[in-house]
Design a protein around this ligand. Sequence first.
Ligand code: CDP
Length: 221
Amino acid sequence: MPARRDIVIAVDGPAASGKGTIARALASHFKLPYMDTGLLYRAAALNLFRFGGDPGNEFEAVRACDLTSVSVDDPDLRSEVVGSIASRISAYPGVREQLIERQRRFAALAGGAVLDGRDIGTVIAPQADAKLFVTAAVEVRARRRVAELLARGIAAHFEDVLIDLKARDERDSGRQTAPLVQAPDAFLLDTSDMDIDQAVAAAIGFVEKRLRDSNDRHTPD
Ligand code: CDP
């Protein structure tokens, strides 16, 4: 059997669309390493929060991108306040520039990789073999986020979460640098009416088809 070539899979989409779960499932199915790039922005946000920096100040946000003191296991990375600061500071070109290199290095790993975020298929790995844009209606995403928070023992109200998600969508899509946008060659996966098993099956089916199509193109008859 010929050696498998490197496979890079880019998964983008708005908050609470299910992209993280789908990306992890793809990584496990195709036996590839996985990077949640949102964690980098969250780590910078947590740093900034801890040293009392101002999210409204790009210079301070860029300084917070030295991530040596943040552990990926820090539970505060997943907090709503940190997510909200991450969403604000990720609009700064200087912040994105600081974090781009390690994402590109990960995408270039021998054997391939799966990355999820907002700009993977457009900026970090435009050469990716398969790109998915995972989305869902904002009300559905708000219901999922509330359930996720409650499961973690965090009080959450639908209306507040909905307002927060709409604000994040607007910031992510409206920013000048690397806005959240579907790459022209990305597969749109709307999970509004799907449970997670259906969404994962659709994502795996798409990637397998892409790989078959590209093998057919590269294999001489
Ligand atoms: O899923 P959720 O939006 O809550 O969080 P996340 O994916 O961990 O990302 C946190 C924030 O970082 C997002 O709101 C985005 O604004 C930003 N982000 C980004 O700009 N680019 C990425 N590749 C990943 C995250």
